[in-house]
Design a protein around this ligand. Structure first.
Ligand code: GSH
Length: 204
């Protein structure tokens, strides 16, 4: 059975939504970040990066959200969570997920994980002061330039939707009002109502 290492409020939510949407048989292993369990020797043996998500499969451990999302889409093709037969559309989906991982998530991380990039408190404070601006700029670009509607990629619901939903769920904490983005707000509300997301929210 698949096992997802997870922590509430993290990007691992996207992988969990994908597993739920896929109807996968999986179990959750929750890490308590307040207790730094992600840096425990036991977890570092599973994921030396000390981060979630990590998905334990019968062939080994997968990390990195975009890779896990595509793995789930390919491992459960009946769920139709990616355009697996269209090279161009599949690449567009991966481009969206890569943008979230490399830019939007990193914007957010500057607010709480500044120690990854700097040493001084003044540097952390400076990075943190930029988060609302960079998150808003990224979300504006997604809303105006990337989001096809009614789902991220158009008519087909894909793993990108749970990933965008995860980013939208961080906005209030990053000082960004989702009401500034009516399309993303509508997407967030429709995502929240999906049975798979409801199941996750009931067991956060
Ligand atoms: N590139 C990774 C990033 C994973 C990541 O940074 N996860 C965060 C939670 S959102 C984490 O585990 N942080 C723990 C830490 O920094 O100690 C991905 O996209 O999955």
């Amino acid at each position: 059975m698949l096992k997802l290492f997870y922590a509430p409020g993290t990007c691992a939510l996207a992988s969990r939504i994908a597993l739920e949407e896929a109807g996968a048989d999986y179990e959750i292993a929750r890490l308590n970040f307040a207790e730094s369990e992600q840096r425990s020797a036991e977890f570092l043996r599973i994921n030396p990066k000390g981060r979630v998500p990590a998905l334990v499969t019968d062939r080994g451990v997968l990390t990195e959200t975009p890779a896990i999302l595509i793995y789930v889409a390919q491992a459960f093709p009946a769920a139709n969570l990616a355009m697996l037969d269209d090279a161009y559309e599949f690449a567009r989906l991966q481009a969206f997920n890569a943008y979230i991982a490399s830019t939007v998530h990193v914007n957010h991380a500057h607010g709480r994980r500044g120690a990854r990039w700097a040493n001084q408190q003044s540097s952390f404070d400076d990075m943190k002061s930029k988060v609302a601006e960079t998150m808003a700029a990224s979300m504006r670009m997604i809303e105006l330039d990337f989001f096809e509607g009614p789902w991220v990629m158009g008519e087909q619901y894909t793993v990108a939707d749970g990933y965008l939903y995860t980013m939208s769920s961080w906005l209030a904490g990053d000082g960004v009002d989702i009401n500034e983005f009516p399309i993303l707000k509508d997407h967030f509300e429709r995502m929240s109502a999906r049975p798979a997301v409801q199941r996750v929210l009931a067991d956060i």
